[in-house]
Write a protein that binds this ligand. Structure first.
Ligand code: ATP
Ligand code: MG
Length: 656
């Protein structure tokens, strides 16, 4: 049984300050692996233990279903079960399902579509545009951005120009397809993911009875990975809050990797100004990774340019020394994958569990060559995307078969036999795992379902013989599906960098570090390139102990030659490493010695890089107590910039 003191165990001074901060707005701004997620989990547990809050009144929003499941597990272990830890989508879906009859005139929630491609393709055809599947996908992504930013079809052109988007077609064309897509969707009576969030916010904004009930349920809010919140999610959060301020947010501007979908770290950065008097905590000690990994992560992010660069935080590794990261190059991708698979097998043979190893890449298509190589080497693997587990075709099929089995299976049949019988009927053979590709993935997913069944049977051993176990198991599956609580599948994780955020493994392979892949070919603007750099940073900081970075000179044997990723100059011996950008400036003393002058924020102590910050003596992420004169000067600078006039080079834009 967890004691209330457990929530305060193994926390450093700053983490403890965040955990024990009084009710009200709290903001933790900190780099990767510094214990942000740990701190918010402990904060919830601590407040539950002390009786300050009741578990069922807490809503913790995480970025992936896997992160939500992990948080629930940790809270349960800390003796604070019952907290709602969900993704925005899962929380919105639950709310809408409950209130559907009231919000949709007595009808059920419309069907949710998770892919826009088909309807977008139809809308494009109707608009007289010929496009292939890729074109439709790009259009769908652009529509997704607009909807996440709460932009209507009629507003699209202006908004896209303002956001300096590079749409796949002329903005007027995109607007037309967007409009057509919305009409087709309405006619078909379906909604997409952004509609889901909007409808949840709208349900509260427009219906005072719904607002009252939702707000009575959710009284304390926690948001992890807040740097990647988008406008529609923020709107829902505001609707939930309804002007209250018991909210804890954590984030790291250096890990903003979803701005292409409309996310913006502005929400995180301006939080202390939005909530004056918020408790702001900064963490700099990295508890996740060895100093070698931390050193490389710092080197990569220290080169960051642009608006977010000044918000980066230097990490200080706390863990004991480990192996140097392995930097490798290969003639082609199959050779790279074969070598990675061989190394995975070696690590497993030497005692690293397969689930503690991850292969991370920039684009999902890279997965295939690694799947084939791992299958060839006999290494079990899982393709990450657990959040879609219950939406997978074979799992849906299995659920239907299991429901049907309740009518045919006689009471008294052991659960295992009933379930394996149903899985057998849809073609799953436990001892015949296909070598690789989609069929292997399908097999692994069904294997996870079978494992879940055994786990469930184990837990319910106390039930009398003949009890309707299969019904109970089906109910458990339905509950998990609603909560998007997917079972863990064992094996080496194959994941895109985007889905790896927040997670950690003992050994990480960061592969395909070639120009054109990372940074991705279509990242042409300075902002887009910076986002690619942050992706590399996110990848590196997933490793606890052992890190491998590699690239293939050519994609296919004998193919066109590529250079190594610019963010890791050490991968490419021909590319000189740029000098690190250290905060502060050097001053020459009268006796000829050089001294580094480091000006720190007078509120939180962060080293100040920009001249404007140094002048103010505070960083723009800290709560401001600017005097009227400074305020008007800053605003004046903003106006001049908007008019594209020349401004002093040191001006920093703060959200005053
Ligand atoms: P990310 O930015 O990648 O999401 P994070 O800041 O959320 O990282 P956590 O995942 O909370 O970091 O913590 C990173 C690792 O460090 C975890 O394994 C966690 O258990 C461990 N850790 C955090 N704080 C401490 C501490 N005070 N003592 C020991 N270990 C810690
Ligand atoms: Mg985290």
């Amino acid at each position: 049984m967890a004691k209330s003191s457990d929530a305060l165990d193994e926390l450093d001074e700053e983490q403890r300050a965040a955990v024990t901060a009084p009710a009200g707005p709290v903001c933790i701004l900190a780099g990767a692996g510094t214990g942000k997620t740990r701190a918010i989990t402990r904060r919830i547990a601590h407040r539950v233990h002390t009786g300050e809050v009741r578990a069922q009144h807490v809503l913790a929003v995480t970025f992936t279903a896997r992160a939500a499941a992990e948080m629930r597990a940790r809270l349960t272990a800390l003796g604070a079960a019952g907290v709602q830890a969900r993704t925005f989508h899962a929380a919105a879906l639950r709310q809408l399902r409950y209130f559907a009859p009231r919000l949709f005139a007595g009808r059920d929630l419309p069907e949710l579509i998770d892919r826009k491609g088909r309807l977008v393709g139809q809308a494009a055809t109707r608009a007289g545009i010929t496009t292939d599947q890729t074109g439709a996908r790009d259009l769908a992504a652009e529509i997704e951005w607009a909807k996440a930013c709460l932009v209507e079809p009629s507003e699209y052109e202006v908004a896209a120009a303002k956001a300096r988007r590079e749409p796949p077609f002329a903005p007027a064309t995109v607007a037309k397809v967007f409009d057509g897509y919305e009409r087709l969707k309405r006619a078909a009576g379906v909604i997409d993911f952004e509609d889901l969030l909007r409808a949840a916010a709208w349900g509260i904004e427009e219906h005072s009875d719904v607002a009252e009930q939702v707000r009575a349920q959710y009284r304390h809010f926690v948001v992890d990975e807040y740097q990647d919140v988008n406008p529609v999610q923020q709107r829902l959060l505001d609707a939930w809050l309804g002007g209250r301020d018991d909210i804890t947010v954590v984030g790291d501007a250096s890990q903003t990797i979803y701005s292409f979908t409309g996310a913006s770290s502005d929400h995180l950065v301006s939080f202390p100004r939005r909530y004056r008097g918020a408790t702001v905590v900064r963490l700099v000690r990295d508890y996740r990774s060895t100093p070698q990994v931390v050193g490389l992560a710092n080197a990569v992010i220290s080169q960051a340019r642009g608006e977010l660069a000044r918000l980066r935080l230097e990490l200080h590794g706390q863990r004991p020394s480990g192996p140097e990261p392995e930097l490798r190059s290969f003639p082609d991708e199959p050779a790279e994958a074969t070598s990675v698979a061989r190394k995975c097998a070696e690590l497993i043979a030497a005692g690293t569990p397969a689930r503690e190893i991850a292969v991370l890449f920039r684009i999902n298509a890279q997965s295939e060559v690694y799947e084939a190589a791992l299958a060839e080497a006999g290494v079990p693997y899982v393709v990450h995307g657990a959040e879609r587990f219950f939406e997978r075709a074979e799992i849906r099929q299995a659920l239907v078969a299991l429901r049907a089995a309740t009518r045919t299976v006689e009471a008294g049949t052991p659960l295992h036999d009933a379930v394996v019988g149903a899985l057998d009927a849809i073609g799953w053979r436990p001892n015949r795992a296909p070598a690789g590709g989609a069929s292997r993935e399908r097999w692994e997913a069904l294997a996870a379902l079978a494992a879940l069944c055994d786990e469930f049977a184990q837990e319910r051993q106390d039930l009398p013989e003949g009890a309707p176990l299969l019904e109970a198991f089906n109910a458990e599956l339905a509950r998990r599906a609603a909560a998007q609580h997917a079972p863990a599948v064992d094996g080496v994780t194959l994941s895109s960098l985007h889905s790896a955020k927040g997670l950690e493994w003992d050994a990480v392979f960061l592969v395909g570090l070639a120009e054109g892949t990372l940074p991705i070919r279509h990242a042409r603007t300075a902002d887009a390139l910076e986002e690619e750099r942050r992706l590399a940073y996110v990848g590196i900081t997933r490793a606890r102990h052992w890190l491998w970075l590699s690239y293939a000179v050519a994609q296919i044997p004998g193919g066109r030659q590529r250079r190594a990723c610019r963010f890791v100059p050490a991968l490419d011996p021909d590319r000189p490493a740029p000098a690190a950008r250290t905060p502060g400036r050097t001053r020459k003393e009268a006796d000829g010695t050089r001294r580094r002058i480091l000006v720190s924020c007078r509120i939180c102590g962060t080293a100040l890089i920009s001249g404007a910050d140094r002048k103010l003596g505070r960083c723009s992420a800290c709560p401001s107590d600017l005097d009227e004169e400074l305020l008007s000067r800053l605003q004046e600078w903003r106006v001049r910039v908007a008019a594209r006039q020349k401004v002093p080079p040191y001006v920093v834009f703060t959200d005053v």
